[in-house]
Design a protein around this ligand. Structure first.
Ligand code: LFR
Length: 491
C-alpha cells in the first residue's frame, strides 16, 4: 500500500487530493480545494494560471504535511489550452477556451484543410476552441515568433514541478494535431498549417515517470526530493473515464461537470462522416483506449445562470433552487447545443431568447429555468447515447454518471427517465480517482488493466442507482447489435 497526490484542475475549481492505494484498497481525501476564476483583460479571457499554480503547490505542501510518505504527483486539467514558452519563460497568460478570438483561426485552418479531411486524420469533433484553431490565431497575431515550445496546461504544471517538458498523449489528442491512427504529431498537417514543428514536445503516455521534483520545488512544498511526477491521463476527461466504475461492456458514461462528456470507450476509432456530422470525437484514452464521445454543454448552463443572478445582487442557495426545481412541473426543453451558450454571459437571457425566437414561452421562474436546463441536458444525453450506440455499433444497457453532476439527484433521475436505462451515479471525484490510480499503477501499488482498476473503484465507491420511472422509449433504441465483430468495446 502507498500514497500519491493528484492535482485536478477543473474549469471552475481545482483540488489536491491524497490517494491511498493497495491491491484491495482505494481511498481519496481532499487536502485543498480552490476556485478557478478566469480574468478578462483587453486582449481577451485568460486563465489565472499563476494563481492556480500557487493554490496547487500550497495544496501539495498541505498534502506532504499530512502524508510525508507520498511517492508521486500527477496533474490533470481541462483540455486544449496551452502556454507558449521561450526556454523556461512563459510568454503571456494562457487564453481561456471560451475566449471568442478563434473564429478567424477556424476560417484560416479550414481554408487549408477541410473539416472532413481533418476528421479523417485526427478523429476530433469540431469545437471552435480546439488547439489548432487557437494556434492559427496566435500565428496570425504574430505571437509565435519567440516561441520554442507549446505546453498544454497539465504539461506546464509538470514542467514547473520537474523542469521537464513533455506532451502527455491523452491531452495532446485534443489539439487536433495528433494522428488518431498512430498517436503521433501529424507533421504533414502541422507543416500545411504553417505551424513550427519544433514547438510540439516529446509525447509520453500516461503512466510514464516524467522526473523527480526540482530541488527548489521539493523544498518549497516540504517534499522529499525523490518524489516523482508521473504522467497521468492529463486530460481531465481521460482520467474521469478511467475513474468510471464500469464493470460490464454494455456501459456508457457521462462525465458531468462544467461540460458533459457523453459516450463509450472503444478499442479503436470510428472515423465515418456520420460520426463527424453528429459531433463525435475519438479522443485518446489511457492504455490506448478511445474515448468516443460528444461534448454536451453541461452544468455550465446552470453555473453561469447562478453567476448572472448573483451579479445582479441576489444570493442564490443552489440546494434550495434544485429542491424547488424537483417539485416544479415538467418544463419545456431547449437545445443545449446552441453555440450561443458557449461564451460567458447572461445565460437566463440567452435561454429565454432561444424560446421567444421560436414563439415559445420561456421558463417564467428560476426553479422553472433550472428544471428546464436539467431536462434539456437529460434529453441531450439520451440523444447522444443513442448516437453513440448507433455510430459505434455497441449496445448500451446502463449509464454511469460521474463528476459533480452525479450528486445532482434530479439530473440523474431525469437522465434515467430520458434514456429508459438505469443510471449509476458516482463517484463524484472520478477524475482525481483516475489520476491517482494511474500513478499508483506506475508505482506498482496496483497492477492490471483498466477493468481491474475499475473493479477496485466499484468496490470502494459503490454507485447510487437511479431507475427509470418508465420503460425505454423504444426497446431497440440503445441496443444496436454489433455489425462489425472487430469493433469490440475493449481491446
Ligand atoms: C472537460 C474538458 C472537455 C474539453 C473541455 C475543454 O473539463 O476537458 O473534455 O472538451 O473541457 O477543454
Amino acid at each position: 500500500m502507498g500514497t500519491v497526490a493528484a492535482i485536478d484542475l477543473g474549469a471552475s475549481s481545482g483540488r489536491v487530493m491524497i490517494g491511498t492505494v493497495g491491491p484491495n484498497t482505494l481511498s481519496l481525501r481532499a487536502v485543498a480545494r480552490f476556485p478557478n476564476t478566469p480574468v478578462r483583460t483587453v486582449d481577451g479571457l485568460h486563465w489565472n494560471i499563476l494563481e492556480l499554480y500557487r493554490s496547487a503547490t500550497a495544496g501539495l505542501a498541505a498534502a506532504f504535511r499530512e502524508e510525508p510518505g507520498i511517492t508521486s504527483i500527477g496533474v490533470d486539467s481541462w483540455a486544449v489550452d496551452y502556454a507558449l514558452m521561450s526556454g523556461q519563460r512563459m510568454l503571456g497568460q494562457p487564453f481561456h477556451y471560451r475566449d471568442e478570438r478563434t473564429a478567424a483561426g477556424v476560417a484560416d485552418t479550414h481554408a487549408v484543410v477541410s473539416p472532413a479531411e481533418l476528421y479523417a486524420t485526427n478523429g476530433l469533433q469540431f469545437l471552435p476552441f480546439n488547439t489548432l484553431y487557437q494556434l492559427a490565431d496566435d500565428r496570425h497575431a504574430g505571437a509565435l515568433g519567440a516561441v520554442d515550445t507549446m505546453l498544454l496546461i497539465p504539461d506546464l504544471f509538470t514542467f514547473w514541478l520537474t523542469g521537464v517538458q513533455v506532451a502527455e498523449r491523452t491531452n495532446a489528442s485534443t489539439t487536433g494535431l495528433l494522428r488518431v491512427d498512430t498517436g503521433t504529431w501529424d507533421d504533414a498537417l502541422i507543416s500545411r498549417l504553417g505551424l513550427p514543428r519544433a514547438i510540439f514536445p516529446r509525447l509520453v503516455d500516461a503512466g510514464t515517470r516524467v522526473g523527480p521534483l526540482l530541488p527548489a520545488v521539493a523544498a518549497e512544498i516540504g517534499a522529499p526530493a525523490v518524489v516523482q511526477v508521473t504522467a497521468v491521463g492529463s486530460h481531465d476527461t481521460a482520467s474521469a473515464v478511467v475513474g468510471v466504475p464500469m464493470t460490464t461492456d454494455d456501459a456508457a458514461y457521462i462525465s458531468s461537470g462544467t461540460w458533459s462528456l457523453v459516450g463509450v470507450e472503444l478499442g479503436r476509432p470510428v472515423l465515418g462522416e456520420a460520426g463527424r456530422l453528429a459531433g463525435f470525437t475519438n479522443e485518446g484514452g489511457v492504455d490506448g483506449r478511445i474515448r468516443y464521445l460528444h461534448n454536451v454543454m453541461g452544468l455550465w448552463l446552470l453555473s453561469e445562470s447562478v453567476r448572472t443572478w448573483e451579479q445582479g445582487g441576489d444570493a442564490i442557495a443552489l440546494g434550495t433552487l434544485l429542491e424547488q426545481a424537483a417539485l416544479a412541473p415538467s418544463a419545456a426543453v431547449f437545445d443545449v447545443e446552441d453555440p450561443r451558450f458557449l461564451a460567458p454571459g447572461d445565460m437566463p437571457a440567452r435561454i429565454a431568447g432561444w424560446f421567444t425566437e421560436r414563439g415559445l414561452a420561456a421558463p417564467a421562474t428560476r426553479p422553472e429555468l433550472v428544471r428546464s436546463i436539467l431536462e434539456s441536458l437529460a434529453a441531450a444525453y439520451a440523444r447522444t447515447l443513442d448516437d453513440a450506440a448507433r455510430l459505434s455499433g455497441t449496445t448500451i444497457r446502463r449509464v454511469h454518471i460521474v463528476g459533480g453532476g452525479s450528486q445532482n439527484a434530479l439530473l440523474c433521475q431525469l437522465t434515467a427517465d430520458a434514456t429508459g436505462l438505469p443510471v449509476l451515479a458516482g463517484p463524484v471525484e472520478a477524475t482525481a480517482i483516475g489520476n491517482v490510480l494511474v500513478q499508483a499503477r506506475a508505482q506498482r501499488l496496483v497492477t492490471g488493466d483498466l477493468e481491474t482498476l475499475r473493479a477496485l473503484i466499484a468496490a470502494a465507491y459503490p454507485p447510487v442507482i437511479h431507475h427509470p420511472r418508465r420503460a425505454p422509449r423504444t426497446s431497440e433504441r440503445l441496443e444496436t447489435p454489433t455489425s462489425d465483430p472487430g469493433m469490440s468495446r475493449n481491446p
